[in-house]
Ligand binder design. Structure first.
Ligand code: ADP
Length: 257
């Protein structure tokens, strides 16, 4: 495949103690830069603005009010892009920030503008790094501006860029028949071809305090991807070089196709 979207959750780029996992960020930049050198087009969807902001501002917990969370996201997004910029620069790449809100893809003009922006970035060999614009859309109930989570956002980015593959990196090896953190005998699905209500019933909530959607938003994203006849792999982001194996077609994580 030629055009690949990679999504990383906050749990992939932060340590459980709330500091930034620099070796993960660096490895991610290394892998994506190498793929670019191989002639692939890559787009990174990265969460973490609020988490990184909390770390940067030395806060002891996530602030409670929405304006405070949005202010923290503003600091965190800048810090996060600064780090990505340094790591990608080290591997010879230029990055471009794309902040999105839900209304962008709901209205034809702004949707087309977004499509054209991605196209231009990719044509110029720039790696787009996408996040939800948390400084204006942090409220979970704000249905007009909010995607809800970056799982859905990454599926929409894959759709509007006509990507061949969405790789979703999480803190778990794939989609299981029950939450393996609670039930050790859970069995991993290697391949899923249709998203049924029965599957949604197997999807539990988020795994860490940083997690957002849990498995149900990953299934919603997969459903979106399958409707657009594309493919998605859900895999563990612990070692970002797993992306090489996924693109080589090795059986890793859960393939939605
Ligand atoms: P991320 O930050 O990567 O989006 P989430 O915490 O939102 O991560 O989602 C991953 C978590 O979903 C896992 O750590 C796991 O605890 C939980 N989970 C619930 N149900 C399942 C399931 N059926 N299969 C795999 N993981 C599950």
């Amino acid at each position: 495949c030629k055009r690949i979207v990679v999504k990383v959750g906050t749990s992939t780029i932060m340590y459980p103690n709330g500091t930034i996992n620099l070796q993960r960020l660096e490895k991610l930049a290394f892998v994506l830069s190498d793929l670019k050198n191989q002639g692939k087009e890559v787009i990174l969807v990265s969460s973490g603005a609020v988490g990184v902001g909390i770390s940067r501002l030395h806060l002891s917990e996530r602030p409670r009010t929405i304006p405070e969370q949005q202010a923290v996201a503003s600091v965190g997004q800048t810090e996060l892009m600064n780090l990505y910029s340094k790591f990608f620069y080290g591997y010879g790449q230029i990055i471009g920030q794309v902040l999105m809100t839900r209304d962008i893809v709901e209205f034809p003009t702004s949707r087309l503008n977004a499509i054209n922006t991605f196209e231009q970035l990719l044509v110029k060999g720039i790696i787009p790094i996408v996040n939800e614009n948390d400084t204006v859309a942090v409220d979970e109930l704000d249905h007009l501006t909010k995607f809800g989570d970056n799982d859905r956002l990454s599926a929409i980015v894959a759709e509007i860029t006509d990507a061949d593959l969405l790789i979703m990196l999480s803190d778990i090896d794939g989609f299981y028949d029950k939450n393996p953190n609670d039930e050790p005998d859970a069995v991993l699905f290697h391949e899923i071809h249709t998203i049924t209500d029965d599957l949604y019933a197997l999807a539990g909530g988020k795994g860490s305090s940083y997690g957002t959607g849990g498995m149900s938003t990953k299934l919603i994203a997969a459903n979106h991807i399958l409707k657009n006849t594309s493919q998605m792999v859900l895999a563990n982001g612990e070692d970002p070089t797993i992306i090489f194996d996924i693109i080589d077609g090795k059986q890793i994580g859960t393939l939605f196709s």
